[in-house]
Design a protein around this ligand. Structure first.
Ligand code: AMP
Ligand code: MG
Length: 272
């Protein structure tokens, strides 16, 4: 099994306007072999739980993890496989669906800001404010004059978060169109998975190219040093899990958490 010291660099979206999903192989594994990957993931999950404990103990910063992906891209699977081992007290998971109720009576970032993790916690977004430049753009749910301003608004919002000690890291789980068909078929054939399938998914599949174009734009315009995008080749689930775990470790280690000092000098305390 190859080492993966540079995955965070290899998978980060850089290059601005030149970036193109078409240049990325969704089945790629960046020289990493499957052999030994399970053990590696297990080790990574243990490391993540230690880092999460430090973040929680320190309670000075938060980590916001944005997960995006086309239907069947593996968002749920990533959450259950990579976040396993973390203390539930320190993690929040927020799924973003079609806005309803009070959400429709506010600006699009209102519900998002409200779900940002508190200091000491890791917040996972299963979909996010990026839907407001993805599904909303593909289906013309608001005019172009409205959605086209959102890239800058999102960058401003994420910069504000990072300036207020909320670190932001964003993953696109990128599967190929064939792989999506395979997963849809598996969902239909398996009673334990068919509940996840909706006919809307088939309809959305018809907009594949428009989604890729919308993703390209979001990735080009909104991958910033303070809130980087990573594109994870996600056809192979073992690689997807490994890559996300490695990048989360890289991100949390970069935060250099410190345990707070004990509240007072405790050396004189004696126990009977
Ligand atoms: P799922 O993640 O499969 O439960 O589906 C949630 C659905 O909600 C997806 O089809 C998303 O595209 C949709 N959705 C999420 N956010 C928005 C939004 N801001 N506007 C419209 N649709 C959204
Ligand atoms: Mg779905």
């Amino acid at each position: 099994m190859g080492k993966m010291p540079h995955l965070a660099h290899e998978l980060a979206v850089t290059g601005g306007a030149r970036f193109k999903l078409a240049n990325i192989d969704p089945a790629g594994t960046h020289g990493v072999e499957k052999d030994g990957s399970e053990e590696r993931l297990e080790k990574n999950c243990k490391r993540l739980s230690v880092l999460q404990y430090q973040l929680y103990a320190e309670s000075q910063r938060a980590l916001l993890v944005v997960l995006q992906g086309i239907d069947a891209g593996g968002k749920d699977g990533t959450i259950s496989h990579v976040m396993t081992g973390m203390n539930p007290q320190g993690v929040t998971v927020t799924p973003f669906k079609v806005p309803e109720g009070a959400e429709t009576r506010h600006d699009y970032l209102w519900r998002v800001h409200n779900a940002v993790p508190e200091y000491g916690k890791i917040g996972i977004f299963n979909r996010s404010h990026y839907e407001d430049v993805l599904v909303v753009r593909v289906h013309n749910l608001v005019p172009q004059a409205v959605w086209s301003k959102r890239y800058q608004q999102i960058n401003d919002f994420e910069r504000m978060l990072s300036e207020n000690r909320v670190h932001v890291v964003k993953f696109l789980l990128y599967i190929g169109k064939e792989e999506q068909a395979k997963r849809f078929r598996a969902r239909l054939d398996d009673k334990t998975k068919s509940w996840k399938f909706s006919e809307a998914d088939v309809k959305e599949r018809g907009y594949w190219d428009q989604y890729i174009e919308a993703y390209n734009d979001a990735l080009r315009k909104c991958s910033t040093p303070q809130a980087p995008w990573y594109v994870i080749p996600a056809n192979k689930k073992w690689f997807r899990n490994l890559a996300v775990s490695e990048i989360l470790i890289h991100t949390l280690e970069g935060m250099k958490m410190k345990f707070p000092k004990a509240p007072a000098d405790l050396s004189h305390i004696q126990f009977e």
